[in-house]
Design a protein around this ligand. Sequence first.
Ligand SMILES: *[C@@H]1O[C@H](CO)[C@@H](O)[C@H](O)[C@H]1NC(C)=O
Length: 280
Amino acid sequence: MGSRFASCRFIFYVLLVSQCTHTNCIREITEKTWKDANKEASDLQQTAIDDDLQIFFTVDDLKVGKTISIYFPIKDPSTTPHLLTREEANSIPFSSSKLPQILDFFSFSKHSPQSKAMQYTLSQCELEPLKGETKFCATSLEFMLDSARGVFGLKTKFRVLITKYLSSHNAVLQNYTVLDVAKEIETPKMVACHAMPYPYAVFYCHGQESDHHRVFEVALRSGNDGERVEAVGVCHMDTSEWDPDHAAFRVLRTRPGQSPVCHFFPADNLVWVASPALDS
Ligand SMILES: *[C@@H]1O[C@H](CO)[C@@H](O)[C@H](O)[C@H]1NC(C)=O
């Protein structure tokens, strides 16, 4: 079994920044540690870090006809890690304290970039949630669904929102025009799951009550070459507790608590929201 996983191509150049736009990361990851974790990847990832940070926008940007400069990373199916079944995932240790065994299992050396990326993921998964926040790491879809059910409660149906590229897509910074009135998703809670760098599919998921954020679906078209993207974005309405050094404030030229901070999700993120009530 080990060789099967070891042979799969490993994406450690997943954009770590996309996992770090939330208060969770803000507390623990400074820009510096972000860069350290990503340094190994910089040979593979030619895109400048400044471009990668270009996922932020403001509520005002969502007006029809407005232009937002955004970097949507590309998801390469050939390097996307395999999803494991819950049984498979449970048979492999997943904890920082078991790192030597895990590295052995996947035949990675202790000082490899893969090892560093895996340590990063494990440490993120082991952080305590912030007050009022739910957080879990899912090593299988079954676990993710069960955990999301735990967040929404047994009575609430939920569904997934994903950013979709509706045409061929170049992962470069582009100016996108808002085509339509942004569709606000009514949901009492949300759980955002971010793909993490790991030899198999691991998602870092965290959930919040909705009075602190608004979820939108936005139709965008690139002015550069007409690319269409149906983007899922979230606006964090209260940023007063955020680290003043958070990249979002630099990009949006604002300060903690001064105005909401919004960002789009890349296409490999899963955003769980309550389903609209249906007449039965
Ligand atoms: C986006 O538009 C701005 C303002 O017109 C321009 O300065 C910038 O170069 C454009 N960016 C891209 C990637 O085309």
